[in-house]
Write a protein that binds this ligand. Structure first.
Ligand code: CTP
Length: 402
């Protein structure tokens, strides 16, 4: 049986991308029916969607005499209801349970299989009202596909651009969309994740750090959020936006990261330490810029002291039932080094990556070995989002038995 997707199109400029989405879902073997708001028809004609989907694109609850209760039929027939693009207004209506047209009526009727892909101006997206509405949807188990950042149709730059069509389609095709919130693997659980590098200042203009982009840790935080967890992400300086629906604590140094982690570790069920923490920091941090001539000696020979090991410190305080995941970035003997780190740091699982030129740092994908007392599992190269979901899946399985 082909997967049946109900595609809800609401009125914003990104409505034209829904045509592409429809085609992509068909290419991936789905049967797609379209429901539109009246405003959406001002951007793309229902005839376009009717022609592409091979069935009438509906707008009005009362238009089709042959189908007297279309919203119930449409909701019953679909495996997933994807509202894309979802405007601020439609998100607000769905959050409030307002059903004043066919699309929002379908959203109530198919509330347990609902995904929304918001698209709007950055200020509208960042408004407290929209944030609250999207948080409310998420808390009810609705999959909110985060918009991207960039140049927006209105001329502003920021977050609010409809997510990539292929990411939206993949989310709509994920069978987990139908899982009720309480059945999400991490529903009611707390997860803490560290990400990014730390910077260790020598003076106000110089620091010791590493090229970690934070992508892996951010991907783990998002995967944990999508699995229903309440997530705190402690991140060093990176250029990534705060993921929606995740509490983000931004820090700079390893000491600050330790302090933030200490605050959140005790209440968490799973802690994932993906940060590339600087192992050493300059012994002295000058308040003023060091000068070549005057301070040449301090610049030529920087004395370093070891930073606290955040993972080892917190793993040593692990309470029964807490599950700790570390990472190991290695250039060689990857699994052997990961086994050593599993022991020396007291982790329950270590995700070992090979690093080096064009491997690991800054890349969008990675391969990994998941090493625990149960053995090691090799994961082939895949996008970091997929890898993050896989890591959490294995962590959850282990967590249940720990
Ligand atoms: N880690 C940490 N605090 C540190 C150093 C590392 O929490 N001061 C954590 C990392 O977040 C990661 C794991 O320890 O989960 C391993 O980090 P890695 O850089 O691979 O190992 P190191 O402990 O730094 O050891 P080495 O550099 O000798 O490989």
């Amino acid at each position: 049986m082909p997967r049946k997707i109900l595609l809800g199109v609401s009125g914003c400029i990104a409505a034209y991308k829904a045509c592409e989405m429809l085609r992509e879902m068909q290419r991936r073997g789905c049967d797609v029916e379209v429901v539109m708001t009246a405003n959406a028809t001002r951007f793309v004609s229902p005839h376009t969607f009717s022609a592409l989907s091979g069935r009438p694109a509906l707008v009005d609850n009362f238009a089709d005499g042959a189908d007297p209760i279309p919203h119930i039929r449409m909701a019953e027939e679909c495996d997933a209801f994807l509202v894309a693009p979802c405007t601020a207004n439609v998100a607000a209506k769905i959050a409030a349970g307002i059903a004043d047209d066919l699309l929002t009526t379908c959203a109530l009727a198919a509330h347990d299989r609902l995904l929304v892909a918001p698209a709007m101006n950055v200020h509208m997206y960042e408004s407290p009202a929209t944030r609250q509405n999207l948080d409310a949807l998420r808390a009810r188990g609705v999959r909110v596909i985060e918009p991207g950042s960039g140049y927006l149709a209105c001329g502003d730059t920021g977050k609010g651009r409809l997510a990539d069509v292929s990411d939206i389609v993949s989310a709509a095709l994920d069978p987990a969309v139908e899982a009720p919130l309480e059945r999400l693997p991490l529903a009611g659980r707390k997860v803490m994740v560290t990400a990014g590098p730390t910077v260790e200042w020598l003076d106000p203009v110089r620091y010791v750090s590493n090229p970690s982009s934070g992508k892996m840790g951010f991907a783990v935080a998002k995967a944990a959020r999508d699995a229903g967890a309440d997530v705190t992400l402690v991140s060093g300086p990176v250029s990534l936006d705060d993921p929606d629906g995740v509490k983000v604590v931004r820090v700079n140094t390893a000491s600050e990261m330790l302090e933030a982690c200490e605050e959140h570790f005790d209440g968490c069920d799973i802690a994932v330490f993906a940060a590339a923490v600087s192992d050493y920091r300059p012994r002295m941090r000058s308040e003023r810029k060091l000068k070549k001539g005057v301070d040449g000696e301090s610049l030529a020979c920087i004395e370093m002291v070891e930073n606290p090991d955040i993972l080892a410190t917190l793993a040593s305080r692990k309470a029964p039932g807490q599950f700790v995941v570390g990472f190991a970035a290695e250039t060689d003997h990857v699994v052997e080094h990961a086994r050593e780190k599993l022991q020396s740091k007291g982790a329950d699982m270590v995700v070992a990556n090979q690093v080096g030129e064009h491997k690991g740092f800054r890349e969008d994908g990675n391969a990994a070995f998941l090493v625990s007392d149960r053995g090691s599992l090799e994961l082939p190269y895949m996008p970091k989002d997929e890898l993050a979901a896989k890591i959490l899946e294995v962590a959850c399985d282990n967590f249940k038995v720990c």
